[in-house]
Design a protein around this ligand. Structure first.
Ligand SMILES: Nc1ncnc2c1ncn2[C@@H]1O[C@H](COP(=O)(O)OP(=O)(O)OP(=O)(O)O)[C@@H](O)[C@H]1O
Length: 235
């Protein structure tokens, strides 16, 4: 389990996260949902140690990892696929994957297996990173992260701007990755994809958790949660 306990984070003097408590089990799919600027990316960056806490704790299992470096947290098996995807434009798909394999931990995910779930990448294996569509870049970024055989995969708006068909393919991939034993944190601006996959959801607004609950609770309170996401906590 990785968690933030009463965590606060600042950019300069501005508070970006305020007293956030979020927990993700190793075998869970958890969604973090909220509108632009709610603090979703900041939460992911805080989980992986890219941002320091000004209050609260970062925890892995029973262990306080508040002061561990990004590299140390990565070694615990926490991998972030940022919304920028960080594909190397001048390297081929194969080379981009090989760079992921540098951080390779033994486990289920091998180059052959990631190409099995993303056949499109196999077809484009010698294409340059800059020749890929947005959907293919997202697939490559996810494939590269999987080669590290993470215990928890954090995905920052992985479906943003992608065609519905590609989104459906990614939903299947995420379900498959989860079945292989990886926890997933899925950041999205709306409930569409989270409703299909997540066991629990957190709604953020203004750097705070304004709602959290299981999928069953979400079903019951769907309208309230939709309102919180679109209009914010103050409404
Ligand atoms: N590097 C930064 N420096 C200063 N302020 C920042 C920085 N990054 C984010 N912020 C601010 O922190 C708050 C939370 O931003 P964050 O990117 O976490 O939101 P988000 O929910 O991920 O939004 P989006 O959907 O637009 O990515 C926003 O007010 C944003 O302007």
């Amino acid at each position: 389990m990785i968690a933030l306990e009463h965590a606060s984070v600042k950019y300069g003097h501005a508070l970006a996260l305020e007293d956030i408590s979020i927990e993700v089990g190793l075998h869970e799919i958890v969604a973090i949902v909220g509108r632009n600027g709610a603090g979703k990316s900041t939460t992911l960056k805080t989980l992986v140690g890219l941002l320091p806490l000004v209050a609260g704790r970062r925890v892995f299992g029973e262990r306080d990892i508040s002061r561990l470096s990004v590299e140390q947290i990565a070694r615990l098996g926490i991998a972030l696929v940022p919304d920028t995807r960080r594909i190397f434009p001048n390297l081929s798909v194969r080379e981009n994957l090989r760079i992921g394999a540098v951080a390779h931990q033994p486990g289920y995910w091998t180059e052959a297996r990631v190409l099995e779930i993303f056949p499109r990448l196999g077809e484009r294996i010698d294409f340059g990173g800059d020749q890929l569509s947005g959907g293919e870049q997202q697939m490559l970024a996810i494939a590269r992260a999987l080669l590290g055989n993470p215990r928890i995969l954090l995905l920052d708006e992985p479906t943003e701007g992608l065609a519905p068909l590609i989104v459906d393919q990614l939903v299947e991939v995420f379900a498959h990755v989860h079945r292989q034993g990886t926890g997933i944190v899925l950041v999205e601006q709306n409930l569409k994809v989270p409703m299909k996959l997540a066991h629990r959801q957190y709604v953020l607004d203004h750097g705070q958790v304004v709602w959290s609950g299981t999928s069953a609770e979400l079903q019951q309170q769907r309208q309230l949660v939709e309102n919180l996401i679109t209009t914010g906590a103050a409404q």
